[in-house]
Every structure is written in C-alpha cells, then in structure tokens.
Design a protein around this ligand. Structure first.
Ligand code: NAP
Length: 283
C-alpha cells in the first residue's frame, strides 16, 4: 500500500492555529470576517459556500453571504464589491469564478481590493506571487497542494516536481510557490509531448487536468509522490481525481485520495488568507 496523504491532518493544524488567532482578535473587539459573493446558482459554488460557512463557524470566523441573481450586471456587481471593499468589518472577499459570461471578469479582478482579495484575483496579488513577495494574498488551491506536500513532511528543496496544468488558478501560481521552496519545476499541459517521460522521472507529480481517473500507474515510479488536485465525476458517477486511485495505490510511495485530499485543505487555507488580511489591516 502507498502512504495515503489525507488532507484532514494538515487542515486540522491550520484550523487550530486560526481558532487561537481569531479568539485573540475577538478579545480585542475585532471579529475576523469573510464575505462570499456568489452570482447565480452554480451547484459547485453553493457547495463550496456551505463548506466555508461550516469551517468558518467551527473556528469562530464570521461569514457574510452576498447572493446575487444570474442576471446581475457588471455595474451592479461592481457596486457590491465596492461596498465590501469599504466595509471595515469585512477582512476578506471571495467571489466565485467563473462569473456568468455577460459580466466583465477582467474589470472585477481590478476592482476587488488587493488587501481583501483572498483568492488572489487582483493582478497586484498575482504579481507578488510571481515576484516571490510573501506580503500578498495567495490562491487557496495551489497553496493547499504545497501545504499537502510539506504538511506530510516531504522536502521540496532540490526535488523534481512536475505540475500538469498551466492555468492561472492552479498551475502557474503553484509553479511559482514550488520554485520559492527551491523545487525544480516542470509545467506540463495538453500540448506536452510524452507526458509520461516527464512524470515518470519526477520526485513529485501534481495533477490538475480535470479528467477523472485517466492517469494510471504507468505514469509513475515506485518512489513517486502523487498530489491529485483534479476533481470530477467518472462515467459511472463516482467522484474522482485525475488519478485512477485503485490502480495506482501500492505502486507509488504516496498518494492523495479524492475526496479527502487537497480539496479538504482548500477551505482552511482560504480562511488563513482572511486572517492574514485581517492582521495586516489591524497592524
Ligand atoms: P483548466 O483551466 O481546464 O486546466 C486544465 C489544465 O490541464 C490545462 O493546463 C490543460 O492544458 C491541462 N490538460 C488537459 N488535458 C491534458 C492532457 N491530456 N495532458 C496534459 N495536460 C492536460 O482547469 P482548472 O480550472 O485549472 O482546474 C483543473 C482541475 O483542478 C479540475 O479538475 C478542477 O476541478 C480542479 N480544481 C480543484 C480544486 C480543489 O480545491 N481541489 C480547486 C480548483 C480546481 P492546456 O493549457 O494545454 O489546455
């Protein structure tokens, strides 16, 4: 059997730290608060929203839900975001993406205050990630992948890490975070020739293709550490990562399950970004 890298153990450590920090802030009359902005009724947004409310509640963080209809215009959303930017009781703003197609997403990225932008949409925060400047806010999913690796005691320094994804929400910021931890990083994508040649020689492989259960054991070696960020449904309706877990388990050193892996750290990381914003605002 491979070592199963569960997210819960990592998330519990993050939540315990947050719980103490929030208690301290509350004793000074400051209630750390996240505003969650949802436009429309996308089921995956609704389920993430529920998870945020639950986890925030469990650590004493306040949530403010802004639920807007699908027909909301760019101007209306802009007004909502500006109100949240100016609300001193709100420390972090998460706006679900993608937004409905008629909304100008580029404009929203610029409007959301960089100081409250807990999903790092604003180019100011993205630039800081690319510069290796730790003062900004970071997107939750790539940070969760890094914390999964480090939280289970694996070294990144000098290791060959292959990331299969080049999106702005996962692959590109993740590659920068890994470089910051002195890994040697290769980014693969749909035009990569001979993907297996890259993954097979890597120490750590992070997959985020979005193709459930399509990666089998032939992509890895017996010492591979496999971090599966992908989430989707197989043809027979089973929730799965990119990796065919049952086929790979036992043939690699360590592997994250889906569900129960990276996704179970993401919400805690998001809330840790709210605390980071709150501390900066009150320093
Ligand atoms: P995306 O924008 O569609 O990116 C997918 C990436 O995979 C692209 O870079 C694509 O290459 C690459 N790819 C697709 N097929 C490939 C193939 N056959 N070989 C090599 N590379 C291939 O998706 P995303 O928004 O980044 O999300 C990716 C996955 O992560 C999804 O399953 C999503 O559900 C999951 N996700 C999970 C969490 C979490 O908390 N666990 C959060 C966010 C997203 P090209 O660039 O060439 O198209």
């Amino acid at each position: 059997m491979s070592q199963e890298l569960r997210g819960k153990v990592v998330a519990d450590v993050i939540k315990n730290n947050l719980r103490n920090e929030i208690e301290e802030f509350k004793s000074k009359g400051i209630a750390p608060t996240i505003a969650v902005v949802r436009v429309g009724e996308n089921p995956s947004d609704i389920s993430y929203e529920k998870a945020i409310v639950k986890v925030a509640g469990s650590i004493g963080m306040e949530t403010k839900l802004v639920q807007l209809p699908e027909e909301t215009t760019t101007e209306q959303l802009e007004k909502e975001i500006i109100t949240l930017n100016e609300d001193t009781k709100v420390h972090g703003i998460l706006m679900f993406r993608p937004l409905p197609k008629h909304i100008d997403q580029e404009k929203m990225r610029d409007i959301i205050s960089a100081d409250k932008d807990v999903d790092a949409m604003n180019p100011i925060n993205l630039e800081k990630i690319f510069e290796g400047d730790p003062s900004g806010l970071e997107p939750a999913t790539p940070r969760a992948a890094v914390e999964m690796i480090k939280g289970h005691g694996f070294e990144l320094k000098g290791k060959d890490v292959v990331v299969i994804n080049r999106s702005m929400v996962v692959g590109k910021p993740l590659a920068m975070m890994l470089l910051q931890d002195n890994a040697t990083v290769t980014i693969c994508h749909s035009k990569t020739e001979d993907l297996k040649a890259h993954t097979k020689r890597a120490d750590i492989v992070v997959t985020a293709l979005g193709r459930p259960a399509t990666i089998d054991a032939s992509y890895f070696n017996e010492d591979s550490i496999v971090i599966d960020v992908g989430v989707g449904m197989t043809e027979d309706g089973k929730l799965s990562g990119d990796v065919d877990y049952d086929a790979v388990n036992g043939k690699v050193k360590a592997i994250t399950p889906v569900p129960g892996g990276v996704g179970s750290i993401t919400t805690s990381i998001l809330l840790s970004q709210v605390m980071k914003a709150c501390k900066k605002m009150n320093s």
